[in-house]
Design a protein around this ligand. Sequence first.
Ligand SMILES: O=C(O)CCC(=O)C(=O)O
Ligand SMILES: [Fe+2]
Length: 324
Amino acid sequence: MHISSLPIVDISPFTGAKPVSHEAKLETARAIHAACRDFGFFYLKGHNIPQDVYETALRLGHEFFKLEETEKAKLGIANEDFARGYQRLGENVTRYQKDWHEALDFYKPIPRTHPLVINNQPLRGENQWPTCPAEFRPFFERYIEYMLDLGQKVMSAIAMGLGLEENFFVPFLDESFWVMRVIGYPPLQSSTGKDGIGVSCGEHTDYGCLTFLLQDNIKGSLQVQMKEGGWINADPIPGTYVVNIGDMLNIWTNNIYQSTMHRVVHKGDTYRVSCPFFYEPNFETLIEPLPQCLKLDPVKHHDPVVYGEHLLRKVMTNFEITEN
Ligand SMILES: O=C(O)CCC(=O)C(=O)O
Ligand SMILES: [Fe+2]
């Protein structure tokens, strides 16, 4: 069977203001289960994020990346924890190849007075916010609240789809160690394959639970690997998010859901901005195959892992630290 596009899931029974029937929720849960099992990727509609909100996120990304390099470099990741802040073109590395993008990365902030920060624990710290555009910080702080709420709702649907109680995942996610990236992609040129430069973002799976991706309205850049091995484009559908599952849901479900390989190959002549929001477990959550998911296949395919440790291992291999 040739599949040319990803399924669309309507999450409105979980996001609407009015109460809906259990049956309506179950219908969404079944659709999400099939999408996670067969693709690991889907389009999400009915998310209730206002249009002006998701459009503003991408616009502010464009405005920031247009600043002078010296301005952007003031937020360099070396100022903080080598994770939070600005990464210039080629600083991010996937599979030993430089990714051809620049980015601003944010994580759940931990106040500087917190013992974990005082004791220099990795990945704990505060974010580096641009002061220009001035609305960047207040806007994205609100955006993060929207996404945390949506993440929790989609996880309720996933819980029901797996035959679990609706709030099953809440204790593992209620202090979500979320990550948000605002990414800028200049078009790939003949530089690909030279000086260790790979593609715009090399093929990878995401590390955590669920990724909610906003992207400019450009076709052909985001590519997703199908179970049969071929690649398809996850072109934007206006008004939807592209959602994919990460490694932690892969472990929880003992491979019933698999985190799917994807990559960005952005050619053409426009500058592309995307904004993935990673809805993740709490830093300390121990993730292991769930008993309910071992009923079909009792062989455990994964060892237990603490989410924050998995994240740290991934982040440490992401950067080629070079002298400025
Ligand atoms: O920019 C995109 O479309 C995807 C980026 C991505 O896969 C990531 O940051 O994990
Ligand atoms: Fe990704």
